[in-house]
Design a protein around this ligand. Structure first.
Ligand SMILES: Cc1cc2nc3c(=O)[nH]c(=O)nc-3n(C[C@H](O)[C@H](O)[C@H](O)COP(=O)(O)O)c2cc1C
Length: 218
């Protein structure tokens, strides 16, 4: 057991060192359907506050749409070159009805009566209905970043390259993808695929603060 654990730990750290914010993808290389299923699972299984999952993942593989999105992403070429471009969007409406739907899902999934979930319902509902729209928007946006982190880590373990992107023009992305009609607003994005052989960023040494600056051990 300890040997297996060590091997697993090493391979995870190796994967995290291997990954980098890819600036140039090889457009001829596409993520296979089976690998994409794993990445979808990683997104679906992402944890969120109260488990409410107040987001949508928009996955763009259509080349025309990816090309159109480049201008809305600070002209970053990765958007067109990558295999899958994922936009993390926050749901615009998070309210008492959303909470009811979620509680119903828990009841069905775990085969428990809705009544038994009243304490959970009241807690989540209290938070959601007590928050200002600004606070809710900020809170839902934060949840998307957890999914982004999960996606990048899992992709790295599969040797799938990725580039997280905040360099997006939210209203432009929303307009092109008609996100308002879909009830959501873009927050952040991630390009995924395979690095181009000549991406010079691939060999740069990672720049990270030393652990004694990053960690406060109490
Ligand atoms: C939330 C977030 C947004 C980012 N936005 C961009 C971006 O728009 N374009 C880009 O090329 N890199 C972007 N990056 C990549 C960072 O610059 C990069 O992760 C950081 O410098 C560390 O380098 P590494 O990922 O190669 O280890 C972003 C990273 C994060 C986490």
């Amino acid at each position: 057991m300890p040997t297996d654990t060590k091997t697993a730990t090493n391979s995870i750290v190796d994967a995290l060192n291997w990954r980098y914010a890819t600036k140039k993808f090889d457009p001829s290389k596409k993520i296979s359907a089976s690998d994409w299923q794993v990445l979808e699972d990683a997104l679906q299984l992402s944890p969120s506050s109260y488990g409410l999952q107040p987001y949508k993942f928009i996955v763009v593989t259509d080349q025309k749409v990816k090309d159109e999105l480049v201008a809305a992403c600070w002209n970053q070429a990765q958007v067109a070159q990558c295999s899958h471009f994922v936009i993390f969007a926050r749901k615009n409406e998070v309210n008492a009805e959303t909470v009811d739907q979620y509680i119903d899902l828990i009841a069905k999934t775990r085969d428990v009566p809705v009544d038994a979930l009243k304490p959970v319902h009241d807690m989540v509902n209290g938070f959601v209905t007590g928050a200002t729209p600004e606070k809710l928007a900020e809170w839902t946006a934060r949840q998307t970043y957890i999914a982004l982190g999960n996606l990048m880590t899992v992709a790295a373990t599969l040797e799938i390259d990725n580039c997280p992107m905040e360099g997006i023009v939210v209203p432009e992305i929303d307009r092109i993808l008609k996100l308002n009609e879909k009830g959501c607003t873009s927050v952040v994005a991630c390009a995924l695929g395979y690095r181009a052989a000549d991406d010079k960023y691939a060999t740069l040494t990672k720049v990270r603060f030393p652990k004694d600056e990053l960690f406060i051990n109490i």
